[in-house]
Design a protein around this ligand. Structure first.
Ligand code: BG6
Length: 466
């Protein structure tokens, strides 16, 4: 029987935009599973805000709460606990009164329990609502701790953090007027994926690779994130984004930094050490320039224009670009980032291609972030027989075989637990966000003045054919 792990402090979680797509697909199911696993203290209070009148039962019917359950059927006890914790309030994010009412509600709760709760604000709202909400949270005093001044108040923000370098800098400056850096949790859910977390552990604890982790032994690195789905219903969002801003600026550059940052195996690693190593690395990535811009590939899937009802749209749904890192370890090793929607497969993986001598085959170390999570290494062996013939084969670690788990916690479960705990390791800092935008800024400027040379590709295409 699972017991409740009471190490998380009592908290009030406010989900702004509870009836939105992300909340229904990711946040609420993640909370359901955390409750089921005994990770959420029973005193936790969850308040969802919605502009419209939404009843709890109607919302719950609409949520894919138990998709991860083997039978897809919800556990009734968990469901009851969840419903007891959760209430939905009608809330107008531009009305200051509603923030003051929320504050009063907090005070009443804390009076009732005679204790201070941490406050966690999850902003699952469109990008342009982020800053106005944060400002009002600040002006109404909701950025502070509870009335007894002991709890913490924290902010969970979904990407994108800005739309380019200047808007990101502006956003960071505005938020910092009300929330300090240690109160802000910028979600990059790729960092919370089990296999992405394993990159660090793998690099640190497998000395066999330490001496090989540089330009002398590695010929190239490929970081790829392909999706079968298109933009789903996110027309407005995607028309302002495109693949570069949506995936490269955040997820792929974060993965790049995990793969290439300095790791000292002899040092214990605090969150701040990891962040400073990542930041150092990101500032060493050479920003895109004339040469690398010339080499990049951008594409758009065939039905995109129709889907967004914009025949002139130039938004890219596919991009492949090359980056280089200007430091002693990596200068000269090309790093390819590639991502696209509406392709023939859903995979995210990182290939480390090692140099080979006198043969065309190479050893490749692959981190399979998803699906079929695991790590494998391609080896070259001699085929049995009288003729010397080489064959590629694999040494394979798969989560499923080793840990006998067909599923592991969803990234959003990890995001929530870490934010409840106040552990910022898996979140992007403001400096990392700025450093990432700086790498891409020359391309955005170039695109402002020059039309994109889009390759139009058929839905379901294998990306190697783009
Ligand atoms: C999000 C992007 O951050 O990641 C989406 O905005 C994308 O466009 C999604 O579909 C992919 O996430 P995952 O976890 O399914 O690989």
């Amino acid at each position: 029987m699972k017991t409740e792990l009471n190490y998380l402090e009592n908290s009030i979680l406010v989900i702004f935009g509870i009836s939105g797509d992300l909340s229904k697909r990711k946040i609420l199911p993640a909370i359901y599973h955390l409750i089921k696993d005994g990770m959420v203290p029973s005193k936790t209070i969850i308040i969802g805000t919605s502009r419209k009148d939404v009843s709890l039962d109607v919302l719950m019917k609409d949520v894919e709460l138990c998709v991860l359950e083997e039978s897809k059927v919800c556990d009734q006890e968990t469901l009851l606990k969840f419903k007891k914790m959760l209430s939905i309030i009608k809330f107008d994010p531009i009305d200051m009164n509603d923030y003051l009412l929320l504050k009063k509600r907090f005070n009443d709760i804390e009076e009732q329990y005679k204790e201070c709760f941490n406050r966690l604000y999850y902003l699952s709202v469109p990008p342009d609502s982020v800053e106005p909400i944060i400002k009002k949270l600040g002006l109404s005093g909701l950025n502070k701790s509870c009335q007894h001044n002991q709890g913490k108040s924290r902010l969970l923000i979904e990407k994108p953090f800005g739309n380019d370098l200047s808007s990101a800098s502006y956003l960071i400056k505005e938020i910092s007027k009300f929330f300090k850096e240690d109160q802000i949790f910028r979600i990059d859910h790729y960092l919370a994926k089990e296999t992405a977390q394993n990159i660090f552990a793998f690099r640190k604890h497998n000395p066999v690779f330490w001496k090989l982790w540089d330009k002398n032994s590695i010929s190239s690195i490929e970081i790829k994130a392909f999706e079968k789905i298109g933009i789903e219903n996110r027309v407005n969002f995607y028309e302002h984004m495109g693949a570069l801003k949506d995936l490269v600026q955040s997820h792929l550059l974060q993965l790049l930094s995990l793969i290439t940052m300095e790791i000292d195996p002899n040092k214990s690693t605090k969150s701040s050490d990891i962040h400073s190593a990542k930041l150092k690395l990101l500032t060493q990535v050479i920003p895109l320039n004339k040469r690398t811009i010339k080499e990049l590939k951008v594409g758009q899937y065939k039905g995109y224009k129709k889907e967004v009802s914009n025949p002139k749209t130039k938004v890219e749904t596919y991009i492949k670009l090359k980056l280089e890192i200007n430091n002693k370890r990596w200068l000269g090793t090309p790093i390819f980032l590639e991502t696209g929607k509406a392709l023939n497969k859903k995979t995210t993986e990182i290939n480390i291609n090692f140099k080979s001598k006198n043969i065309k085959q190479t050893n490749t170390l692959t981190f399979r972030i998803q699906p079929n999570e695991g790590i494998d290494i391609k080896l070259i062996v001699k085929e049995p027989g009288l003729i010397d013939k080489l064959k590629e084969t694999y040494m394979d670690f798969s989560y499923q075989t080793t840990f006998h788990q067909s599923t592991h916690p969803d990234a959003y479960e990890r995001v929530l637990v870490d934010a409840f705990k106040g552990d910022q390791t898996l979140f992007a800092t403001s400096s990392e966000v700025i450093a990432s935008w700086k790498i891409l800024e020359p391309l955005l400027k170039f695109w402002d003045k020059n039309p994109k040379k889009l390759i139009i590709y058929k839905e379901g295409l294998n990306p190697t054919n783009i």
